[in-house]
Every structure is written in structure tokens, then in C-alpha cells.
Ligand binder design. Structure first.
Ligand code: PMP
Length: 397
């Protein structure tokens, strides 16, 4: 039987992005000692206080179908948080609770793209982005953010991509950005965001802003484009408890958007996931109410390890770190070794049992780079980075 073109082509060529990850897992299962510096998963588990909240909610009976757009209390907590962060009045009716930030990305693109429309996204990009866009019938078009610009996207390149998409007969409807950024660790400041907002207004684009790493900013502060003049009505903000509270497995996130868009997306939720488990939502509410110190404690290891990684890499010049301003990763420029990111990662895994993500997994703009997730204990990270540097100095040995 034939399967649809859409499902067969959805993942595209980036499906190979996870090859190293799967190979590392298979080697580990076969008994080899592997240091996994691949995916963005905390080494610490969800805080017991959050688990208590989840358990108590389940025991209190919150195990049936939960409120479809999210519970009133959780939607209000998200709305308050976004109002505080942006200064833009945000209400319950602007918030949809979703199955992780991932489903919020799906909802947002579903809401703004018609079949064949172009969705712009900045490259290097989080590996699922093109698949999300294709899964709703959209056409992903990348705009490269270059290493020489510290991976900050340029507004003129986005403007040119809008024109190119129109010339191709597939008008651009949206721009997807991610700050703090996975994989580069770049944080977009007021100048970058202001310029992007101007293009969105001039070219009538929706701005879909993936802010799942909002609590992981090491230099400067997190700025949401929803805060910029005239942007609230054309911005959709993706948030999640995954990274902020080490709750990746709980699958709880949100989308903040204009009221009319949320009303349609509640319909979409009815036809798809039917919402998020009530006891998970109660746990997320507990976490969101626990306060900034609680959030800072969960983010702290990544800040500390970012500094540690930069210290280890200082004093050698075979690999160069792109200094991350946020998120839980460090991108290393390995072009001096003469290897592609894929070859580097494969050899490092085979020779030293260290798994890193090849830059090519995130699009050609990150070719010749590898991404290190700062998700192992400090001493193991330090030892692994030293091994990586020694390997990079003589990859043929
Ligand atoms: N956006 C980015 C940039 C991510 O890195 C991730 C997870 N790695 C997600 C969205 C999805 O996160 P979740 O669905 O767990 O909230």
C-alpha cells in the first residue's frame, strides 16, 4: 500500500542527524563505555518536589481528561510569566498548553501556513524544524546565520529570502527563530531582534519565537520579540518546562499567541493530542510558581560547565569555541583539522568513545563544527574535552 508523499518526505535529509546518537546508544548497549555529549537532556532528574506535586495531583484524582487548552491555573501562570517578561499584557486566552514545545511548534506552523507556503527558519537550526514545517504542508527555506557573524541572523538575508520565496511562487508567511539558540548558544540581543521585527512588519511575516531555553542566558538577558513595538499581534512564543525544570519526559509546553489563533489551535488540540495530562499540568504549575532561585539552580550546572569548557579550550588552537551566551551547548569550530563535522564525530566516537553532534546535522551553515552538550558531570566533561583537543591536534594518529 502507498503511503502519503507528505509522511514519506517529512523528515527529509536531516533524518541522518541522529545517526551518531543512535550509534552511540547502540555501542553503550553493547557494553562499551561511551561519553554522550549529544542530546540536550539534563544529567539531573526532575526535582523531587515537582514529582511530589505530580504524585499528589494524580492521587487527588487528576487522572482523567484534563481541560483541553490547559487548566485555567496553568494558563494563568504562563500568561503572568509572559506579561512580567515582556511588559505586554498577556491573558489566559493568549495561552495554549501543549505536549511540549515541540507540539507548540507544530501548532504555530499549522496555524500560519497554507499548503505550499514558505516558512523561513534560521540555520543552523534545531533538527526537527524542517520536518515540523513539512508535516503541515509548508516549505522550509533556510537563511544562514554565519560563523563570522557569531551566528546572529541578518535582517537583509531574511528580506532577500522573502523575495526569493515569492519569485518561486511560494510566498513566505513566517519566520522561525530560536534564542537562546540550539545548537550555537547564540543569544539574540535588542539590535538583532529589532531588525528581525522590522523585516517581519515590512514583509508581513508571522514571527515564531522558540524560547524554550529562556532561563539559560549566561551573558546579557533574555529578550522576547513579543515585547517589541507592534510585534505582539504577529508573534507566537513557544515555551516549555522541559529545559527550565528538567522535565523533558513530562511533555508539557505552551504557545502564546493572539487570541484568535489560540481559539483555532484549541480546535487543533481537540483533533490531535487531546491535551496534556492533568497531573503533569499541576506539576508544571508547581514548578512555575517555585520562583527564580529554583529556576536558577536548575540552570546553574550549564553555566558552570560553559565556563569550564571555555577554560579547557583556552590555550590550544586546534579547535575554536564559538563562545555560547546561553543554552546547554558549546559549538566547536573544527575546520582546522580538515575533517567534516561528520567525519570528526565518527572518528571521535570510534577511537575515544566520545559522542558529539556533527554541525552538519543542523544545516550546512554549521559544517565543520561539532556541538557538545554540557550534560555530563564537570570532571567527565573536562576529561572528554581534553581528549577531544588531543584528537583534533592529530586526527590521523
Ligand atoms: N526547541 C528547541 C530549540 C529544542 O532544543 C527542543 C528540545 N531539544 C525543543 C524545542 C522541544 O522541546 P520540548 O518539546 O521538550 O519542550
Amino acid at each position: 500500500m502507498e503511503l502519503s508523499t507528505r509522511i514519506r518526505t517529512m523528515a527529509g535529509s536531516v533524518s541522518g542527524a541522529w545517526d551518531i546518537f543512535f550509534r552511540a546508544r547502540a555501542l553503550a548497549e553493547a557494553g562499551k563505555t561511551i561519553v554522550e555529549l549529544t542530546i540536550g537532556e539534563h544529567d539531573e532528574r526532575t526535582d523531587p518536589a515537582i514529582l511530589d506535586a505530580m504524585y499528589n495531583a494524580a492521587r487527588a484524582g487528576h487522572t482523567g481528561y484534563a481541560a483541553m487548552p490547559g487548566t485555567d491555573a496553568l494558563r494563568d501562570a504562563v500568561a503572568d510569566r509572559v506579561t512580567r517578561q515582556t511588559g505586554v499584557p498577556t491573558a489566559r486566552r493568549n495561552v495554549l498548553i501543549t505536549a511540549g514545545g515541540q507540539f507548540a511548534l507544530f501548532c504555530a506552523h499549522h496555524a500560519v501556513l497554507d499548503e505550499g507556503d514558505t516558512a523561513l527558519m534560521v540555520e543552523p537550526f534545531y533538527a526537527t524544524y524542517p520536518g515540523v514545517i513539512r508535516s503541515v504542508g509548508g516549505r522550509p527555506r533556510t537563511v544562514a546565520a554565519r560563523p563570522e557573524d557569531d551566528f546572529q541572523p541578518r535582517a537583509d538575508a531574511i528580506d532577500a529570502a522573502v523575495t526569493a520565496a515569492a519569485d518561486d511562487g511560494a510566498p513566505a508567511k513566517s519566520l522561525l527563530i530560536n534564542s537562546p539558540n540550539n545548537p550555537t548558544g547564540t543569544v539574540y540581543g535588542p539590535a538583532t531582534l529589532g531588525a528581525l521585527a522590522d523585516v517581519c512588519k515590512a514583509r508581513d511575516l508571522w514571527l515564531i519565537s522558540d524560547e524554550v531555553y529562556e532561563t539559560q542566558v549566561w551573558d546579557g538577558t533574555h529578550l522576547s520579540p513579543r515585547a517589541l513595538p507592534g510585534m505582539a499581534e504577529r508573534t507566537m512564543v513557544v515555551g516549555s518546562v522541559s529545559k527550565t525544570f528538567a522535565m523533558t519526559g513530562s511533555r508539557c509546553g505552551w504557545l502564546v499567541a493572539p487570541e484568535e489563533a489560540i481559539a483555532h489551535m484549541i480546535e487543533l488540540t481537540t483533533q490531535t493530542t487531546y491535551g496534556v495530562a492533568g497531573f503533569v499540568q499541576d506539576a508544571a504549575l508547581y514548578a512555575l510558581q517555585a520562583g527564580p532561585e529554583f529556576e536558577a539552580r536548575i540552570a546553574a550546572p550549564f553555566h558552570r560547565r560553559r565556563d569550564l569548557a571555555l577554560k579547557v579550550l583556552d590555550g590550544q588552537n586546534t579547535v575554536t569555541a564559538v563562545p555560547p551566551l546561553g543554552a546547554m551547548y558549546v559549538m566547536l569550530d573544527i575546520r582546522q583539522t580538515g575533517l567534516s563535522g561528520i567525519d570528526f564525530a565518527n572518528r571521535l566516537l570510534d577511537r575515544h568513545g566520545i559522542a558529539v553532534m556533527p554541525g552538519e546535522s543542523f544545516g550546512p551553515a554549521a559544517a565543520g563544527h561539532v556541538r557538545i552538550a554540557l550534560t555530563v558531570a564537570d570532571d567527565l566533561l573536562e576529561a572528554s574535552l581534553r581528549t577531544l583537543c588531543t584528537f583534533a591536534a592529530d586526527p590521523d594518529s
